[in-house]
Every structure is written in structure tokens, then in C-alpha cells.
Design a protein around this ligand. Structure first.
Ligand code: PLP
Length: 367
């Protein structure tokens, strides 16, 4: 089976972990601090805070901008459920806006119609590595918490993702462009947001045996063991990105003449992070549904994935928030999206195999 998104981990990461274990410092320490410093340089932000996951990053960022029970937060339904879950964790109500048909990122015009006096934050998602259209969201003057789990290397209109929103949240999950297994990073240029997250993510004893806390904080810090993996992955970011860019080009060429199979749009004004290669499968033109394609590709030993099923259609959200307005673009996309194998751990031949299998499946369904 050709794996969907196997991690690209080498001897350097293994050596870094061994060195960290030998250092005697297992929890948050000098390597996490070094990761924050280096990531701040990468994303051109004043403050970066390392946390336990991308989910924790989003949760603490919402709390840091003051989201409370009774508030509303507008977000995209085409995301991993974590983006919406943290709104619920903060006691607020997720309000889903529909997405653009082209790139499946949140539609700012729909957002504008959903803003009320209870809206305390807007959470766009940079799906697959394509930045959301941030300027019209920022224009509301409401804190934007950007879910950049897919967008470590992205630029929006020439500005680095991570330096634009009130807080930008990245993930170090096993499949991500910087993969530590688990972990998250929050970047912000707002000292007050950074200070709030610092207090929330970990209770420290500080110096001496007497201690005090100013907020009842969480345990959401990043261990140095994981930070040491992320540091090596940062060294490899450019080389890995170049491999994924080549894989995108191979897929673009391979699907260009396939009726009913269309990759998500990439805006030439922006820099894409090439995190996921997502195609939409129009069942009528492609001769089969997304689910049929996924099954037939699995029979060809090609693993695929789905990014994403609309969050408002999942059981928890249907039960908690049954009065969802229709989101026709997201609903249709949820039935059509399919993500193809992509990873720096894959060779050019692996991707050629995936393209050939997709073309065989397409030929068998459209003949
Ligand atoms: C769009 C998106 N947001 C948030 C997350 C949550 O990140 P984590 O798994 O690090 O908690 C993920 C991925 O896992 C994601 O894909």
C-alpha cells in the first residue's frame, strides 16, 4: 500500500531525540525555547509559543482574546473538527460560514452577513496550504485566529502567514509539513495575547518552593523531546517543500485531462504550502462518486484521505446546534473532496504510481 502521508523522519531526528534524552531535560526547556525563536524568524512574528498540539494552540488563542460563554465565533465548516471543538470548549457557539467553491476556504461575504455584537473572533482555515482571504476578515476589527495547521510556509499577498492575524495557530502533528508527532505553535505580534497564552499553557513553580498562579491554567506545554524533532524538521523545511512542490506538479499534469477531476484552486497572488493535494470528483463527469474512487484506489494499493467532511454535518454538531443554516457549497464539497498521497517520504516513482492508478480508475469508470 502506498501510504497517504507517511512522516519523513531520518537519522537526524533520531539523533536529536537521543541527544535530548541524554541531556536529562525531558519536559519544556531549552529546545522548546529554541524552536520558538527559530519559528518566530520563519513566520516573521514577535512572539511564538510552543504548545502540546494544534488543537491546544487554537483553544488557548481563543481564550487569550477573551472568548467566553455566550460569545459567537465564526469559522469554516471545511476543517478538522478541532477548529470548531475549541470554540465549544471555550463555552462559545460556533457559527459556520460557507466556503468559496474554488479553494474551499471561508467566504468573507458570508462571514460579513453572520457578524453580530456577540461575535468575538473569526477563525479562518488555510485549507491544504492555501491562505484564506484574510484582508476582508481583518476589516471587521474582530480578532482573527487563523488556523494555519496546513500553512507553515504560506504567504498571503506577500505577507507571511503567522505575522498577519491576531494569533496564528500551527500544528506539528505527524502528517504536517513540520512533523514532531504532536505539538503546536502560536505566533502573534500582540504582547498581551502572548502573555495570556504563557499563563494558560503551563503552571510553573518558578524559582524557590513558594509559588502562585494568576489563572487556573492548563497543561498544554510542548516537551523538549518533541521540540528537538521539530527543530530538525525546520532544517529540512525547504528541501521537503521542494519535494512536495514537485509532487503537486506531477499531479497537476496527471489530472489535467481527466474529466470531472479538478484540484482545488491555488491563488497565484499567494504562496501555497503544498500540504495536501485535494481533488474534487464530480460524480457525473468522472463516472463515479468520491467514495467509489477512494475504494477503487485502495484496491490499487493507493491510500487516500478526505479533507474534510463538513463539521456541521457531524453528529455532535447536528445535536448541539441543530439550527444550522444551509451551507450548499460546503455540503457539496464534502461529498467530492479526495486527498491523494503526498509526502517528502514518497519518491517521484511513488507519485507516478498514484497518478497511473488514478488514471486507470478514471478510464475504467468513464469508458
Ligand atoms: C485544519 C486543522 N486544524 C487543526 C488541526 C489540529 O491540530 P492537532 O492535530 O495538532 O491538534 C488539524 C490537524 O490535525 C488540522 O488539519
Amino acid at each position: 500500500m502506498l501510504g497517504f502521508q507517511p512522516p519523513a523522519i531520518g537519522e537526524e531526528e533520531i539523533a536529536a531525540v537521543a541527544e535530548t534524552l541524554r541531556s536529562g531535560w525531558l519536559t519544556t526547556g531549552p529546545r522548546a525555547a529554541e524552536l520558538e525563536r527559530r519559528f518566530a524568524e520563519l513566520v516573521e512574528a514577535e512572539h511564538v509559543l510552543a504548545v502540546a498540539s494544534g488543537t491546544a494552540a487554537l483553544h488557548l488563542a481563543l481564550l487569550a482574546v477573551g472568548v467566553e460563554p455566550g460569545d459567537e465565533v465564526i469559522t469554516s465548516p471545511i476543517t478538522w473538527p478541532a477548529t470548531a471543538n475549541v470554540i465549544v470548549h471555550a463555552g462559545a457557539k460556533p457559527v459556520f460560514a460557507d466556503v468559496h467553491d474554488s479553494d474551499l476556504n471561508i467566504d468573507p461575504e458570508h462571514v460579513a452577513r453572520l457578524v453580530t455584537e456577540r461575535t468575538k473572533a473569526i477563525m479562518p482555515v488555510d485549507l491544504a496550504g492555501q491562505p484564506a482571504d484574510l484582508d476582508p476578515l481583518l476589516a471587521h476589527g474582530i480578532p482573527v485566529i487563523e488556523d494555519a495547521a496546513h500553512a507553515a510556509e504560506s504567504y498571503y499577498r506577500g505577507r507571511k502567514v503567522g505575522s498577519i492575524a491576531a494569533a496564528t495557530c500551527f500544528s506539528l502533528y505527524a502528517t504536517k509539513n513540520i512533523a514532531a508527532g504532536e505539538g503546536g505553535l502560536i505566533s502573534t505580534n500582540d504582547a498581551a495575547i502572548a502573555a495570556a497564552i504563557e499563563n494558560l499553557r503551563l503552571m510553573r513553580r518558578g524559582d524557590g518552593s513558594l509559588y502562585d498562579i494568576v489563572v487556573p491554567g492548563y497543561k498544554a506545554n510542548l516537551s523538549d523531546v518533541l521540540a528537538s524533532i521539530a527543530l530538525v524538521q525546520l532544517d529540512k523545511l525547504e528541501a521537503h517543500g521542494e519535494i512536495r512542490r514537485r509532487q503537486f506538479a506531477a499531479y497537476d499534469e496527471g489530472v489535467a485531462d481527466l474529466d470531472g477531476i479538478e484540484p482545488l484552486a491555488r491563488d497565484p497572488r499567494d504562496t501555497h504550502a503544498y500540504h495536501l493535494y485535494v481533488v474534487r470528483i464530480d460524480a457525473e463527469a468522472a463516472g463515479g462518486t468520491r467514495d467509489e474512487y477512494q475504494r477503487l484506489l485502495a484496491e490499487e494499493n493507493i491510500a487516500t484521505s478526505i479533507h474534510f467532511l463538513p463539521v456541521h454535518r457531524l453528529t455532535a454538531y447536528r445535536e448541539l446546534f441543530p439550527d444550522q443554516p444551509p451551507l450548499p457549497v460546503a455540503d457539496k464539497a464534502g461529498e467530492e473532496v479526495l486527498s491523494l498521497p503526498l509526502s517528502p517520504a514518497h519518491s517521484d516513482e511513488d507519485i507516478a504510481d498514484a497518478v497511473a492508478a488514478l488514471r486507470r480508475v478514471h478510464a475504467s469508470l468513464t469508458r
